[in-house]
Design a protein. Structure first.
Length: 225
């Protein structure tokens, strides 16, 4: 009899413990669902996902020629620059000259980068025809021999290669640096372009009173439009 009562008592205790544990577990679950803040899921727009995927996977082929150790075509990442292509090609040769190149320019597919040598730059400077070609491109703010064949051409401010005086933009002081052009003639040049618009040819300079063939012959190599 006593044993039956003890067994019944322990069975009741076990049921109470089990029920209590279930109540605690259910309570914790309800508390977590109701009161614990959920992490906000940020949905990335499809367009952004495509851009990220493109930027991480896209590569470009760049052809580098001239004074580098290993000229050739290299596969580059979308965010690489000209300097990275040079490093990929083994670096510059000792005789290279990069003054005309924009080393920080971002690369693009089928880009051509030409690294000139010091002797090539010297030859360009010494050749009257090529100097005029370089000056022509400099007037377009592009500093590079044959820039149409070199995508790394440096486009920026005019450098030392262009020492010509522009008839259309020069100040009075700059015009006075020309041989035979004093203050009065410099003022006359400025007045001419104010009255008639920009010069369209160098020969128009001779239309200004006091500037004849003799003075024009002295300055024609030092002026540009």
């Amino acid at each position: 009899m006593i044993k039956e009562l003890i067994d019944k008592y322990f069975n009741m205790i076990n049921k109470i413990v089990i029920i209590s544990l279930l109540i605690i577990i259910i309570g914790l679950f309800i508390f977590i669902v109701i009161f614990v803040p959920k992490e906000k899921v940020v949905e990335v727009p499809v367009e952004v996902e495509k851009i990220i995927e493109k930027e991480t996977e896209e590569t470009y082929q760049v052809d580098i020629k001239g004074a580098v150790k290993k000229p050739g075509v290299y596969v580059m990442n979308f965010d690489d620059r000209v300097i990275d292509v040079i490093e990929m090609a083994g670096g510059l040769l000792k005789e290279s000259d990069t003054r005309f190149l924009n080393l920080s320019k971002k690369i693009f597919d089928e880009m051509v980068v030409v690294i000139y040598t010091q002797s090539e730059i010297k030859e360009i400077k010494e050749s009257e025809i090529k100097i005029k070609e370089v000056i022509k491109y400099i007037e377009k703010d592009c500093l590079c021999p044959e820039p149409e064949f070199n995508d790394a051409c440096f486009c920026s401010e005019i450098e030392e290669t262009n020492n010509l005086i522009s008839l259309n933009t020069a100040t009075m002081e700059e015009l006075m640096t020309l041989t035979g052009i004093g203050e009065s003639k410099a003022k006359a040049i400025i007045k001419y372009r104010e009255d008639n618009g920009s010069f369209t040819s160098l020969d128009q300079l001779k239309e200004i009173s006091g500037i004849g063939d003799s003075i024009f012959d002295k300055v024609k190599e030092d002026i540009t439009l």
